[in-house]
Each structure stands twice: as structure tokens, then as C-alpha cells.
Design a protein around this ligand. Structure first.
Ligand code: SF4
Ligand code: SF4
Length: 504
């Protein structure tokens, strides 16, 4: 059938429009936003000492917090150590990941102390092969959450100060003995928290043009650069976390240290925009990590990240006290540690084992996925990461926003206490944003996490079962919804206003 002239013109216009859209699509795909190209901040980050510049203030604040924690007011809402650590630092950390990426690791004060130490002390050992996994951080992550509840760290400036001191000591001992970034990659629970959360971040350190890497003869991004005349002198470190840029995928294990950016002789590494959580939707081989689906240890970390978020929030709402007293009376346990141990085991071990096991079994039986149930559970466990992050965001965001201004009177007080009241009398009435403002934000974070988890689970299901993607997805979709409802219920409970003057 021949087309009329008008139809032909419309077809031509349509084709042109589609071409334009296709071109735009390709353009967007091949030209992501690169933070290093941004005015001012891009130039700053490209400066070789930018990381040190960010680390110095955090190191100074850490030292002040240690002194304030040990010698300052014993009441936690009046002490900088507790207020900064448990109100501001945690909230700022997760919000930075949501808006950009793993900025805390980038500005990590512990690494500045380590780098200073390594000017004089050169580690001689390599981390044992059997420990090159995430099982130690999984255990430490749970231990930190457990100690936080058991010792009420938010209420003790003295203990908080010793936690910071202990952290510095652990970094210096481990990285004083073992080469590369052993502490970051195989020990640090804060780092692992950041790595998992940053899988949902919008930015990633990545190669700008893969073809340039194909013809690159030096691979300095991982090897680093040495002085040609004295090869023992390192001019610029390569990636200490064993992430080779051309094969690096996603934010797992990346501390945003930017060593690869400074080492690459072709200026081929940027901080690029990407689809948040997109790295969880496929399972390629990743440099320094391997395939996610074969990393039971990282899957366990994600599970602890997600269910630990539930436990951590549960620990500060009033129903926890009812459950604890019921456990004490029914089982006749006097020890708080035992009661907490039971709660942690139930929420962080038994509950996920049952829920993920059941979902995996249904996926296998109903959608005909051939893998064993453990392999399926490991593969889909990664889909829980965005929801877990949403939960941490809602929880830490709650403390951050409701205690936002508490830093003002605490700083005024700290100056007054050292006999230099230049900031005036502490205004203890300054607290933070009202709950009516904060609660919708919390709910938005949860919804964002739920949407991310559902999308990841759907994409994995599509890959696993071409014939029955809905059947493969359904159990994980239901699991995400159940967890979302639990999170929403928890966030709806009256919460302890820990480390603020409104503390219960
Ligand atoms: S990132 Fe730079 S140093 Fe690394 S392989 Fe590519 S071009 Fe070479
Ligand atoms: S050197 Fe390694 S850890 Fe540092 S930003 Fe580059 S890839 Fe990430």
C-alpha cells in the first residue's frame, strides 16, 4: 500500500524523532555525568592531596571527640562524643551515600593515621588467604550492634570515646602488620556497611573509556607508579583493595580513595553517574570480588545489613522492653546479655534463614530454577540490600534530623568548659526538626528502598527463568513487602531520642 505525501512526511518526522531519541539515549548512555569534570569540586578532587584535605578535619574532630568523651560532661546529650557519633555522624554518612557515594571512607580519619604510621613502619606480612573474605566483618558487624545495645553506647561518652580509641588502635595494629588495605577490605565493619549501602549510590569510580584501557601498557591504576631511577620509591599508590579498573564493577570494596584516579597515566578514571543499585541486577565477574552469587560471605553481610537494621531499630522502640521482660520472666534469665543474645539470634540468624530459605525453596519448586536452594538464597539475598539501606536511612535519618541542631549547644558548652565561652551560653532548647516533618522523609526512604529491592529481585528473576519470571520473583517480592511492613511498623513506634536532650 502506497502512503500519502502527508503520511510520508509524518513517517519521516517520526523517524527523525526516533533517531534523535536514539541518539540522545546513546549519548546519555555513553556520556554519564562525571563528578571530576564538575567545576571547582572536580578540580579539587583531582588534586592529589584532596583526600588528605578531607581527612584532616575529621581526624581533628575525632581527637576532640576522644578528649571530650573522656573528660567532658558525663550526660550524653551534652557531650560532643556521643552527640556527634550517634546523632550526626551516622546520619551524615548514610545521606552522603544516598546523594553521592562512599564519602566517609573517602574522608576516613583512621586511614590518615595509618598513612602517617606507614611513613615509618612498613608492614611485612600478607593477610592469610583463609581470611580473605567477609566472615570477620560479618561477625564484627553483629558484635558492634550487640555491644551498642548491651552497653548503651549512645548514653556513655566515656565508652564512646574508647570505641573511637579502639578503632584507631585496631587500624594501626592490623595495617602496621599487614600489607595493602587489609583493614578496609577484610576487617572494618564500618567500611563493609558503607560498601553494601553504596551499592545503591548514584556515583561510582569507573573507567571513562574502556578502549583506552585495552591499549594501556602500564595498568598503573592497580600497580601504582614508582620512581624509574629508584623502583622502591612509590610515587603514587595503585588500588590497595585489588580492584582493577577495567574489570571493576560497582561500589563493593571501593573506598573512593581516588588512588586509581591519580595513578592512571591516561586520565581515564572518573567518578561516574550510574543507575543506583544497578550493579545488583546482574552477576558478572567483578575485579577483586568475583561473582556475587558465589560469595556466600558477602551475601551473609547483606543479610546482616538488612536484618541488623531491623534489630537496631527494634532495640529502641517500646515493644522491645515488653519482649525482653517476657523473655526474662518466662525463661528466668536475669542476664541482659543472654536476653539480647536470644533476640539477636532470632532476628539476625533464625528469621532470615527461615524467610530466605522458604523464598528460595518456592522459587526453585514453582519457577523451575535449577540451582540448589542455598545458591538461590545467596543470589537473591543481594536484592534485600536497597531495602536494608532504606531502613538504615529512615532510622539514622530520624536521629539526624530530629537532633540536627544539637551540635550548636554542645559546641558552645565545650568551649565554655575549657574556659573560653566565645560562642555564648549553650542554647539547650535547640534540638532539631519536628517529627511531623521527619516522619514523611523516613517513609520516603523506606519506599525508595522497597522500590530498589523489588526492581533488583525482578531483574534477577527475569534472568533466572525466562518462562516464569513472575513465579521466580513472587516469593522475593512478598518477602520484600513483609520486611517493608515490619520496617514501617517499627518506624511508626515511639522511638527513644537517644543522645539528645529529649532522650527517654
Ligand atoms: S584505568 Fe588507566 S591505568 Fe588502568 S588500565 Fe585503564 S588506562 Fe591503564
Ligand atoms: S583505588 Fe580502588 S578503592 Fe580507591 S577509588 Fe580506585 S577502585 Fe576505589
Amino acid at each position: 500500500m502506497t502512503k500519502s505525501p502527508v503520511a510520508l512526511i509524518r513517517s519521516a518526522e517520526e523517524a527523525e524523532r526516533l533517531d534523535d531519541e536514539e541518539f540522545d539515549g546513546e549519548f546519555l548512555e555513553s556520556q554519564p555525568f562525571d563528578l571530576l569534570d564538575a567545576p571547582v569540586i572536580g578540580r579539587l578532587l583531582q588534586w592529589r592531596h584532596s583526600r588528605t584535605l578531607l581527612q584532616i578535619p575529621l581526624l581533628a574532630v575525632s581527637v576532640v571527640m576522644i578528649f571530650e568523651g573522656l573528660l567532658g560532661p558525663t550526660l550524653s546529650p551534652k557531650n560532643m562524643a556521643t552527640v556527634l557519633t550517634w546523632v550526626h555522624f551516622r546520619g551524615a554518612l548514610v545521606l552522603a551515600i544516598l546523594c553521592a557515594g562512599n564519602l566517609f571512607c573517602m574522608a576516613c580519619p583512621f586511614m590518615l593515621a595509618r598513612n602517617m604510621m606507614r611513613r615509618w613502619i612498613h608492614p611485612r606480612f600478607t593477610w592469610p588467604r583463609s581470611l580473605r573474605n567477609k566472615w570477620i566483618p560479618v561477625a564484627l558487624f553483629v558484635l558492634v550492634l550487640f555491644c551498642y545495645e548491651l552497653f548503651g553506647l549512645w548514653a556513655s561518652p566515656w565508652l564512646t570515646a574508647w570505641v573511637i580509641v579502639g578503632y584507631f588502635a585496631a587500624v594501626l595494629i592490623i595495617d602496621g602488620l599487614f600489607t595493602h588495605a587489609t583493614f578496609c577490605k577484610y576487617v572494618c565493619p564500618i567500611g563493609q556497611f558503607n560498601f553494601i549501602a553504596a551499592t545503591a549510590a548514584p556515583l561510582e569510580v569507573a573507567v571513562r573509556e574502556p578502549e583506552v584501557c585495552d591499549s594501556c601498557g602500564t595498568k598503573d591504576c592497580i600497580r601504582g607508579r614508582r620512581d624509574a631511577s629508584s623502583p622502591l620509591v612509590v610515587l603514587q599508590r595503585g588500588c590497595e583493595l585489588a580492584l582493577f579498573q577495567p574489570a571493576k564493577i560497582g561500589n563493593m570494596d571501593c573506598t573512593f580513595c581516588l588512588d586509581c584516579v591519580h595513578a592512571c597515566p591516561h586520565d581515564n578514571v572518573g567518578i561516574l553517574s550510574r543507575l543506583p543499585a544497578g550493579e545488583l541486577m546482574s552477576d558478572p565477574h567483578r575485579s577483586g570480588i568475583g561473582r556475587f552469587s558465589r560469595r556466600n560471605d558477602i551475601a551473609a553481610l547483606v543479610v546482616v545489613f538488612c536484618f541488623g537494621a531491623l534489630m537496631n531499630a527494634f532495640g529502641m522502640v517500646s515493644p522491645v522492653y515488653t519482649v525482653e521482660s517476657w523473655l526474662k520472666h518466662t525463661l528466668h534469665f536475669d542476664s541482659q546479655a543472654t536476653v539480647l543474645g536470644i533476640l539477636f539470634t532470632a532476628i539476625i540468624v533464625i528469621e532470615p534463614a527461615l524467610l530466605l530459605g522458604l523464598a528460595a525453596w518456592i522459587t526453585r519448586a514453582w519457577a523451575g530454577v535449577r540451582n540448589g536452594w542455598l545458591a538461590i538464597a545467596v543470589r537473591y539475598a543481594y536484592a534485600l540490600s536497597p531495602l536494608g539501606f532504606g531502613m538504615w536511612l529512615a532510622h539514622y535519618g530520624f536521629h539526624f534530623f530530629t537532633g540536627l541542631y544539637t551540635i550548636v549547644p554542645v559546641t558552645q558548652n565545650a568551649f565554655a568548659e575549657i574556659g573560653w565561652p566565645i560562642l555564648g551560653d549553650p542554647r539547650w532548647t535547640l534540638v532539631g526538626l519536628p517529627k511531623t516533618v521527619v516522619e514523611p522523609i523516613e517513609f520516603g526512604f523506606l519506599l525508595l528502598g522497597l522500590a530498589g529491592s523489588l526492581l533488583v529481585a525482578w531483574r534477577l528473576a527475569e534472568d533466572d527463568s525466562e518462562q516464569h519470571p513472575v513465579r521466580a520473583f513472587a516469593p522475593w517480592g512478598v518477602l520484600c513487602l513483609v520486611l517493608f511492613v515490619c520496617c514501617a511498623w517499627l518506624m511508626n513506634q515511639p522511638m527513644d531520642m537517644r543522645a539528645t536532650m529529649m532522650a527517654g
